[in-house]
Design a protein around this ligand. Sequence first.
Ligand SMILES: Cc1ncc(COP(=O)(O)O)c(C=O)c1O
Ligand SMILES: [Zn+2]
Length: 394
Amino acid sequence: MPKIKELECSRCKTAVSAETPQTLCPKCAGSLYVRYDLGTAKGLTKREQIARDGEAGGWAGMWRYRSVLPEVKPVTLGEGWTPLLRSKRYPNVVVKEEGANPTGSFKARGLALAVTMAKHYGLEKLAVPSAGNAAGALAAYAAAAGIEANIFMPKDVPFANYVEARMYGAKVTLVDGLISDCGRIVAERKEKEGWFDISTLKEPFRIEGKKTMGYELVEQLGWEYPDAVFYPTGGGVGFIGMWKAFAELEELGWVKPGKKPKMIAVQSSGCAPMVRAFEEHATTSKMWERAATFAAGLRVPKPYGDYIMLEILQASGGVALAFPDEVILASLLDWAKNEGIFLSPEGAAATAAYDNLLKTGFLNPSDRVVLFNTGAGLKYTDVTAQAAGIQRMN
Ligand SMILES: Cc1ncc(COP(=O)(O)O)c(C=O)c1O
Ligand SMILES: [Zn+2]
């Protein structure tokens, strides 16, 4: 594992030491990236070592990439190295099944690393505003690490998210509002309560954990980029993390430098601040009023890392697009019935987006595509049953 060289601001490039816990850039409040001296990990021999060590050395899951993760003892529940499922109908489409993670979502990756670092730093109390799945993941990893978790989430989150957070022993507050309201409460109370705030993009290690999705999909495709990556976008941690991974992969010489994948940000028409900002050629997003969608993870009315995502959309030749909940639900049912995959509503936004971009000609059937199912459909039975009109007879 490499030593962290520094934390670098995504906006003004100011360097900050990682010796003590950090949140945002002290100069401009931009999100911080973890930077290493990657010299010792460079080259194909080091790349080949990943699979060998992974199998033999007990470095399972996302920790197979420990040569590009901080030098710390992991708090792990077996996160990462999720399957790539080939579509039965579209030969060039694979689904990255993130529902296979502990707590049933990709949030496990970012929170495994954030909690690992919190333990390393000796932090005792963490706090997070959450659209749902981050809450469950934080609660689990905090329990595993013996750290207190303070969670604030909208009162209408999928029930599973509330139950799991409670079961893991977190201190849970349900808020009559959105994740932005939850974030405000954490910000107001954290100093007095002695909480360390691990909100999306307000500390550097959730991006760092989620970057492993980028490493994995490239390795699982034979160390080659796909043509496009579809990502259901709320706060955008994975979107940003994967783009960081692609830059690192090129620096390491683990992938042929060249055409990186088109990054496709997918939202719901009920909360689409990134789509609006992209269409207006803006450099930041505006708060989305009255955000509402059954894809709970996409209900982020003003992503903190909007400026980074807009840069990535531009640089990758990607696009941001949104669909009404009815279209997302139709795609969810389509994939369940025809592929045997029970997507989360967020994942179904990605499959709906794929259908759309084939129709518009933005993509061809021959393009190699990765669709992210960011969470297990089974975490949403209350929400999807209601949306699909399924009721149990008494
Ligand atoms: C299942 C699911 N998909 C997507 C998202 C959005 O994730 P991100 O914040 O990385 O954009 C979330 C966030 O809560 C989620 O739970
Ligand atoms: Zn800065």
